[in-house]
Design a protein around this ligand. Sequence first.
Ligand SMILES: NC(=O)c1ccc[n+]([C@@H]2O[C@H](COP(=O)([O-])OP(=O)(O)OC[C@H]3O[C@@H](n4cnc5c(N)ncnc54)[C@H](OP(=O)(O)O)[C@@H]3O)[C@@H](O)[C@H]2O)c1
Length: 254
Amino acid sequence: MTHRGPDAPTVLVTGAADGIGLAMVQTLLARRAATRIYASTRKLARAAALQELARSDARVRLLECDLTQPSQLQSALACVAAAGSLDHVINTAGVLHDEQGMRPERRLADVDPQAMLRAFSTNAMAALLLAQAAEPLLRKSKRPLFASLSARVGSIGDNRLGGWYSYRASKAALNMLLKTLSIEWSRGAQPITCVALHPGTVRTGLSAPFVKGSGDARVFSPAESANCLLDVLDSLTPAHTGNFYAWDGQPVPW
Ligand SMILES: NC(=O)c1ccc[n+]([C@@H]2O[C@H](COP(=O)([O-])OP(=O)(O)OC[C@H]3O[C@@H](n4cnc5c(N)ncnc54)[C@H](OP(=O)(O)O)[C@@H]3O)[C@@H](O)[C@H]2O)c1
């Protein structure tokens, strides 16, 4: 799906200040797999590493945007449109726990409606609002791609352990939104490829409370995960639209 060098696509990466999103930006730059990267975060002032990348590499353009806010999305995508084209969107925004008390639930009694709404808002709705705002630009691309990071725990078919009601259900909702979107986007003269991705278990702020010390070889660094995910995206054709792939390219059951 992607080309390297001067033919490389323009890419929007969300959640780019940290974790897998930041590693995506760094890896795209190192691979020369993007001619321009629009990197978005909710708070640029907190995004020191991303600011440094933008200072050192002219391919990086920074955007400040809360993906749950349609007006902010419209402004961010208007900045992209004013600067040129957009070929790929890689959405890494997601939440498992937050400063307002969201925690993955162990049991039914732990479910908190406000935390659950925040999980659905960021993990599911935001991806669709992002797709809505990016659609006009993606429609103009010759190789449009929309990829959103989901999670294997959002697979209904793969749920053997239970728990984590809000995160699981919000990622399952994301999966349904992406599948539905892929059907709409497969119609028409210029189909847009749309996939869900599972990045593996990755050492980031999101996973930190649940991942033990650094010795576990099954836990990826953000760079390892980003490299694998970009290999998967490289291998996609429009025929792969509407699927859910893990970091190793294997399909994940919905
Ligand atoms: N780490 C894992 O083991 C793992 C496993 C399976 C799936 N995932 C998924 O992979 C994705 C990346 O996670 P990560 O591990 O890299 O975690 P992370 O470092 O916490 O990154 C998540 C990013 O989401 C952004 N975000 C949250 N709410 C947002 C909003 N309303 N608008 C815009 N951005 C928002 C945050 O960006 P700002 O605060 O800068 O705005 C944050 O940088 C998530 O979707 C996660 O569910 C991760």
